[in-house]
Design a binder for this molecule. Structure first.
Ligand SMILES: Cc1cc2nc3c(=O)[nH]c(=O)nc-3n(C[C@H](O)[C@H](O)[C@H](O)COP(=O)(O)OP(=O)(O)OC[C@H]3O[C@@H](n4cnc5c(N)ncnc54)[C@H](O)[C@@H]3O)c2cc1C
Length: 668
């Protein structure tokens, strides 16, 4: 890495040149850095706003799942079968699904080799279990903190290898140029968060032949969110540079605790806690679910099922299914304006004429509890028996499930869509490689745990492609200055203008609150065309206002302002994508329900406004993928593209060996 000074208009910006700049320090970015290093590319640097921040290091669940090719047991498996299952999620490109399946074992064993403690038996069988949308037991787990262990293990390796790291550097813009008629990335600008009060407000410029973008999911867009607070997302800056997004309509939502953000899946539901709502002051307690189930047994069995069926799924709302619970929690909080809690100290049905007993449960629920030796008198006793660490985890975060209620909401957890990449994870902007959650390789449904697999495979493939094709030295510094100077100056002027406006920083705070409320109320798991239409128009107005008229108190507030601008632009594109989907007649699917006055009622006790219909797999929106992006003038472009099928591979060894030796396989 070369260090220099970039002089523009009499100002001196710290300036670094590298072959590959890796933005973010989540599991995907760290793997990209290690793979590049291992394959011989040493001129690399990681730049991250917070080492240890982001989703991978800070999120988890009851048993956080990593999805991989099945490697043990009697159920046969193959990469082809795995690709077919990923593809079956709907709106998934077949070539990408095939890559994620083919590299799955390689990526998994890389983590094992580095030291992530995935369990195996005495014969070396990395035993698996069935996760959602999975018939072959491809799930595995290193416990509730699988992704944290992945981060920790790879972070240790990064330190041992002494890779260059810019911590507390928030990237605010990507620099681009034209090459052979195509747009390409040539660098990035970051704010050094320790140096904001200097003359150049902490601006640091990177000249990079390649950028691997691993900035994670769009967490900051939602008010109800189980993403860790340290995660924001930075898709806005990629959209601003011209990157195309796809499948932005597809995210996952589910029940989570709000005081300490944690996913309430698995045993948190299987022990059958009591769902209660109260008024704002904690008074007027009600077991609100009971009005919508025919008897206590069906209610308790649906709560049990929520353990396996965590993300909200409109197909599981009818017939007293487990996703009816998410809908009722949402209704209670958003429409009735009441708070909702889980009570682990008592069984459901309190104060009614029905009494909870194990005999009223479905056979599946009862036998599960029996096999777990958890036929115990209260939910907390059952949870202590089945998963004591789950109780301790909340204790460590100041919540005592033995004595207090746990406040919950239906929260955004994961974005299945995101930026588009090709089969080497290169975006439509050449030399820019989105990896991990920001790269939306999943479609409508995805097997639990496949996000972590996709992050590892994508970052591995991006690194391989860079080493083979884009390994050259970064651009000559004078040339870089010529190509990027105006972009850096414009960005700097934008920052300067914000400071000069000196309106209160709270304007950006207020805008963020508006964005988050808007996304959680109309663009989360309950959607309707009229509401999204209005929200979309409001989103454009807000983003325009923010970009043109909002100031900050001082340069110390610039990082926050740039984040809110980024989130603002992202929410415009996400809403535009949802609007387009609904206008094309798209119905409920994945993890959202589309209200439809012509549809059926999800439950006899619910108001007419809750009518909905399920999507049809032959419908236009099921056969195509919606791509969306901005042109150079900032206008939005939308395009429905065909879903690419899974390629038929040539299975002739000699031919593939030759292509491999000739490097033909690495051609774009
Ligand atoms: C509660 C919860 C449970 C989950 N459970 C599972 C599961 O069981 N199985 C599964 O497969 N997936 C699960 N997921 C999803 C999965 O954890 C994430 O998709 C994955 O960890 C994302 O990794 P990443 O490397 O892409 O991004 P992250 O780990 O989020 O990292 C993003 C990085 O980018 C940095 N960054 C962001 N913006 C900037 C910027 N502008 N400049 C510099 N740096 C920046 C952040 O600080 C961070 O270091 C879960 C997610 C949540 C929230």
């Amino acid at each position: 890495m070369r260090k220099n000074i970039l002089s523009l208009q009499g100002m001196n910006f710290p300036f670094f040149s590298v072959n590959t700049l890796i933005i973010g320090s989540g599991a995907a970015s760290l793997n990209a850095a290690l793979c590049l290093h291992e394959h011989g590319q040493r001129n690399i640097a990681i730049v991250t706003d917070c080492w240890g921040g982001g989703t991978s290091n800070n999120a988890g669940s009851d048993k956080q799942t990593y999805y991989k090719l099945s490697l043990a047991g009697k159920i046969p498996d193959s990469a082809r079968m795995m690709a077919e299952d990923l593809f079956a999620g709907g709106c998934v490109h077949g070539d990408i699904a095939l890559c994620e399946a083919q590299h799955s074992a390689q990526a998994f064993f890389n983590l094992v080799r580095l030291g992530v403690p995935f369990p195996h038996d005495r014969y070396g069988a990395f035993i698996g279990y069935k996760t959602d949308h999975d018939l072959r037991g491809r799930g595995t787990s290193a416990g509730p903190l699988t992704s944290h262990l992945m981060f920790e293990t790879m972070a240790g390796e990064i330190r041992r290898k002494g890779l260059a790291l810019f911590d507390r550097h928030q990237v605010i813009s990507l620099l681009t140029d034209q090459e052979k008629g195509e747009k390409r990335v040539i660098g990035a600008v970051a704010l050094d968060l320790n140096d904001l009060e200097k003359e150049v407000y902490g601006f640091v410029v990177f000249n990079a032949e390649n950028i691997i973008l691993g900035t994670g999911g769009p967490a900051a867009m939602y008010e109800a969110s189980v993403y860790p607070e340290s995660q924001w997302g930075a898709a806005g800056m990629a959209f601003g540079a011209g990157a195309i997004g796809h499948n932005l309509t597809e995210s996952q939502f589910g029940l989570a605790s709000v005081k300490f953000r944690w996913n309430l899946s698995g045993t948190y539901q299987q022990v059958i806690p009591r769902y209660v709502s109260t008024d704002d002051a904690g008074k007027d307690e009600r077991e609100f679910l009971r009005d919508f189930f025919p008897d206590l047994g069906s209610l308790a069995s649906a709560v049990f099922l929520k353990g396996y069926q965590w993300p909200f799924d409109p197909r599981k709302v009818r017939n007293y299914g487990s996703s009816l619970i998410d809908l009722l929690v949402y209704r209670e909080r958003n429409l009735k304006k009441r708070r909702v809690f889980l009570d682990y100290t008592k069984n459901p049905g309190r104060g009614s004429d029905e009494t909870f007993s194990f005999d009223i449960l479905s056979e599946e629920a009862r036998s599960y509890l029996e096999n777990s030796k958890a036929l115990l008198p209260t939910p907390i006793k059952r949870l202590n028996r089945m998963n004591r660490p789950a109780v301790e985890l909340f204790c460590d975060h100041g919540i005592d499930l033995e004595n207090e209620y746990l406040e919950i909401d239906v929260c955004a957890q994961h974005n299945n869509g995101g930026l588009k990449g090709n089969l080497w994870w290169e975006s439509n902007i050449r030399h820019l490689f989105p990896v991990g959650e920001i790269c939306g390789t999943h479609g409508v449904y995805r097997p639990g745990g496949s996000a972590l697999n996709a992050g590892q495979v994508g970052s591995l493939r991006a690194a391989l492609f860079i080493v083979e094709n884009y390994g050259r030295e970064p651009m000559n510094e004078n040339l870089f200055q010529k190509k990027s100077g105006r972009q850096v100056e414009e960005l700097f002027c934008k920052a300067q203008a914000m400071i000069e406006k000196t309106t209160a920083k709270e304007k950006f705070s207020a805008a963020l609150t508006v964005i988050q409320k808007r996304m959680s109320s109309v663009a989360a798991h309950v959607r309707s065309l009229p509401e999204v239409k209005n929200a979309c128009a409001d989103a454009h107005r807000l983003y325009k206002e923010m970009s043109e008229g909002t100031g900050v108190k001082s340069s110390k507030d610039l990082p926050f302002a740039f984040r809110v601008l980024d989130t603002g632009l992202s929410h415009v594109l996400y809403l535009e994508a949802i609007l387009e989907y609904l206008k094309k007649g798209g119905k409920s699917r994945g993890s959202f329900l589309v209200l439809d006055p012509e549809g059926e009622s999800p439950n006899p006790g619910l108001e007419k406004t809750w009518r909905f219909s399920l999507g049809d797999e032959d419908h236009f929106v099921s056969r195509k993928i919606l791509e969306i992006g901005l042109d150079d003038k900032g206008h939005i472009h939308k395009k429905w593209v065909d879903v690419r099928p899974i390629p038929e591979e040539s299975a002739w060894f000699e031919n593939i060996w030759k292509d491999f030796r000739d490097k033909t396989i690495f051609k774009r």
